[in-house]
Design a binder for this molecule. Structure first.
Ligand code: 9D3
Length: 250
């Protein structure tokens, strides 16, 4: 997969792209990653990328021309035969999720435009972007953190990016439950012991304990996730006991 980021702050992506699983994916040629500075696609002396909003109001709006020109300059002759998505990061986009990450992982190319200031000229939304994504209901200063979130979540799903040790199979959002508590050495830290069952070597009991912990934790913290989880009759009983804590009205 090829991913191109269009941004006013290319430096924000330096550590992201030179660290960890993502860097290894690039080195192994599973991902090609390019960062483009939108300011480089201006032609005026002061490289102006924003302007006042028509109709008045606070803040500045990103001008359309440099963004269109940047996208046009990175289009490839063979893009027509490829699955290409031009994503605008915006608070008005569809809410990002693991399902959307899986959908985007099927593309050959992602071009991610990072918005800034009070917004982006509507013609970019309407006539350039093919998708608009928000990462949640909180206010960011710009789309760069969102572009990193999307890039990270999508590239982990590309076959070969994760080693067998890191395999996504067990990830909590794929299983539909939050993760069970994890412990490592030492068995006693300050006053706090590792649960005895984990030291027992009884793998059947450990698996049952973990499953139970995952269900209790999900019921307490993210009960809405349980709607889609597949639970046995006994596990539903457990949820109803724990659920009373979070929904006393029932
Ligand atoms: C003045 C009203 N603001 C909306 C609440 C405008 C505004 C705020 C923040 C316009 C742009 C931004 C910058 N944010 C993003 O570009 C952004 C974002 C976000 O703020 N939250 C969650 N996901 C995203 S994706 C891009």
């Amino acid at each position: 997969m090829r991913i191109d980021i269009l941004t006013l702050f290319p430096k924000m992506f330096e550590d992201f792209s030179s660290t960890g699983i993502f860097q290894r994916a690039v080195e192994n040629k599973l991902v090609e990653f390019n960062i483009w500075n939108i300011r480089d696609y201006t032609h005026d002396k002061h490289h102006v990328v924003d302007d006042y909003p028509y109709g008045g109001g606070a803040g500045m709006v990103m001008k359309p021309e440099p963004i269109f020109e940047a996208v046009e300059s990175i289009r490839q002759p063979d893009d027509n035969d490829k699955k290409v998505s031009i994503i605008l990061t915006t608070p008005q986009g569809r809410l990002f999720s693991q399902t959307i990450a899986a959908e985007l992982a099927e593309y050959d190319r992602l071009i991610i435009i990072c918005g800034h200031y009070e917004g982006v000229d509507e013609r970019v939304h309407r006539h350039l972007a093919t998708d608009e994504i928000s990462i949640g209901d909180y206010v960011l200063s710009g789309g760069e953190p969102a572009a990193m979130v999307i890039t990270d979540a999508v590239t982990r799903l590309i076959p070969g990016v994760l080693g067998s040790d890191e395999s996504a199979k067990d990830d909590s959002h794929s299983a539909g439950l939050l993760e069970y508590p994890q412990y490592t050495r030492p068995p006693l830290f300050k006053d706090w012991e590792v649960p005895e069952i984990l030291l027992s070597g009884n793998h059947g009991e450990i698996a049952r304990w973990r499953r139970r912990q995952a269900i209790i934790r999900t019921a307490e913290r993210r009960p809405e996730l349980l709607d889609k989880a597949e639970l046995s009759a006994e596990e539903i009983k457990l949820v109803n006991e724990k659920g009373k804590k979070v929904s006393p009205e029932e």
